[in-house]
Design a binder for this molecule. Structure first.
Ligand SMILES: NC(=O)c1ccc[n+]([C@@H]2O[C@H](COP(=O)([O-])OP(=O)(O)OC[C@H]3O[C@@H](n4cnc5c(N)ncnc54)[C@H](OP(=O)(O)O)[C@@H]3O)[C@@H](O)[C@H]2O)c1
Length: 252
């Protein structure tokens, strides 16, 4: 797929699915904007983009903070003058039951990062996407469709909200020729569990794997392939849709 002369913003580009997506976009000719909080990890991903002779911009930003979200669009326009693709990928989960004392803190933190930040960044990027007739890919989760265990209500609700946000914004932006879609991965081996503070991520990944129909974990590059397809012209008829890639976890 060719993304030559396209400018793509990827949030959460410092690891996992976001990093794989940024590198794949760079390989296919895009100028990539790498957004996350960990600058050292962003630099490593930028080096991989450079190996494909891609132009890139690193933006250190916490997407849960409005003033930092603003800088993402400002710095992208200053450097590259346009936005063609927005991949809203930054996200995290942390378990808490409705009975937990910290449930409201847990809910606010997760919703601010996984959903509110997406709303604000999309709002700021939309006028630029309208100019280029660009598109948006939101990274949700299969957990929006099936809840595999208890205690993950904040994460599950944030991702269910993201699915419906995708449909709402697809409707709003369709008169302007901007497509908006969603990818809902199942278990993918990334830093997601370590970042959630899970003590033994490998053990939980093995458990998740055993719970899929195909008895395998997804790889970040497979999810990146789907994101690139949706962001490309090949998907020009597709908007307001959600795409599950979960090794059958939803049905298991
Ligand atoms: N892995 C899975 O099994 C799985 C399954 C379904 C859905 N997903 C979704 O896929 C997306 C990517 O996750 P992943 O698996 O690739 O996990 P990951 O390796 O932990 O990556 C998460 C990314 O989000 C960034 N991030 C988190 N909070 C942020 C904040 N406040 N501001 C800016 N960046 C932030 C992290 O960067 P910094 O820490 O550097 O800020 C990191 O780059 C997430 O939305 C996740 O919910 C993952």
């Amino acid at each position: 797929m060719s993304f030559t002369d396209k400018v793509a913003i990827v949030t959460g580009a410092s690891s996992g699915i976001g990093a794989a997506t940024a590198v794949a976009l760079a390989k296919d000719g895009a100028k990539v904007v790498l957004v996350a909080r960990n600058e050292a990890k962003l630099s490593q991903v930028a080096q991989q983009c450079e190996q494909h002779d891609a132009k890139y911009l690193i933006i250190k930003a916490d997407v849960s903070k409005d003033e930092e979200v603003k800088t993402i669009v400002e710095k992208t326009i200053n450097k590259f003058g346009q936005i063609d693709v927005l991949v809203n990928n930054a996200g995290f989960g942390k378990n808490a039951s409705i009975l937990a004392e910290n449930i409201m803190e847990n809910f606010d933190h997760i919703m601010n990062t996984n959903l509110r930040a997406v709303v604000y960044l999309t709002h700021l990027a939309a006028p630029h996407l309208i100019k280029t007739k660009g598109n948006i890919v939101n990274i949700s989760s299969v957990i929006s469709l099936r809840i595999p265990s208890g205690d993950c209500l904040s994460y599950a609700v944030s991702k269910a909200g993201l699915d419906h946000f995708t449909r709402c914004v697809a409707l709003d932006l369709s008169p302007h020729g901007v497509r908006v879609n969603c990818v809902n991965p199942g278990p993918v081996k990334t830093d997601v569990l370590a970042n959630a503070g899970v003590q033994n991520p490998d053990m939980l990944f093995e458990y998740w794997k055993s719970k899929t129909l195909l008895k395998r974990m997804g790889e970040p590059e497979e999810i990146a392939d789907l994101i690139l397809f949706l962001a490309s012209d090949k998907a020009r008829s597709i908007t307001g849709s959600t795409f599950v890639s979960d090794n059958g976890a939803r049905l298991a």
